[in-house]
Design a protein around this ligand. Structure first.
Ligand code: FE2
Ligand code: FE2
Length: 173
């Protein structure tokens, strides 16, 4: 088993935050936003959050709480860019800023969370380089999950969705 660096109190706190977001009606709106190859924004975001946090706890002294919130909210832009020509054009570069504004409005996020969301699309946003270890981790894992989603086929979409929903039901295995 891999060594982890969080206490049981920290684990409980992170689990509670995760569950709160998972069941929040505003967050559930992300289910309506289609994403790479039959995934949706809700599934994508919790897949990213789960993988990011499970990696993060293998490292000591990270800002786990802000990293968890940033991972969940990194794509909280709430529109379907496929349906809007204007938004489609610069979606890759603009959506981190839109996600930050929505997250500030709905969840009162910290500056650390906003910074991690801002840099998650680097190098597409060349001026927004992820500086902290946490921001780098989110940036890399978002790419990794997006790539896996992009490469998966649309076959058995409903079945896959069900499997993913049960997989993201808990933060830690
Ligand atoms: Fe994104
Ligand atoms: Fe993403």
């Amino acid at each position: 088993m891999k060594k982890v660096y969080i206490t049981s109190e920290q684990k409980e706190e992170l689990n509670n935050i995760y569950a709160e977001y998972l069941n929040n009606p505003l967050i559930m709106e992300m289910k309506k936003i289609p994403m790479h190859r039959g995934s949706n924004c809700y599934l994508h975001s919790f897949k990213v959050a789960k993988r990011t946090l499970n990696k993060a706890i293998e490292h000591p002294n990270l800002d786990y709480k802000n990293l968890l919130i940033a991972s969940i909210l990194h794509d909280y832009y709430l529109y379907d860019w496929r349906k809007n020509r204007k938004l489609k054009k610069r979606h890759g570069r603009n959506h981190p800023g839109i996600a930050i504004n929505n997250a500030k409005r709905d969840f009162n996020i910290s500056d650390e969370v906003a910074d991690m969301i801002r840099t998650h699309m680097w190098p597409l946003t060349p001026h927004d380089f992820p500086k902290s270890f946490e921001a780098k981790l989110l940036n890399i894992i978002d790419d990794e999950i997006a790539t896996v989603e992009f490469l998966s086929s649309k076959k058995h979409k409903k079945k896959k969705e069900k499997q993913y929903l049960s997989r993201i039901a808990t933060l830690f295995e």
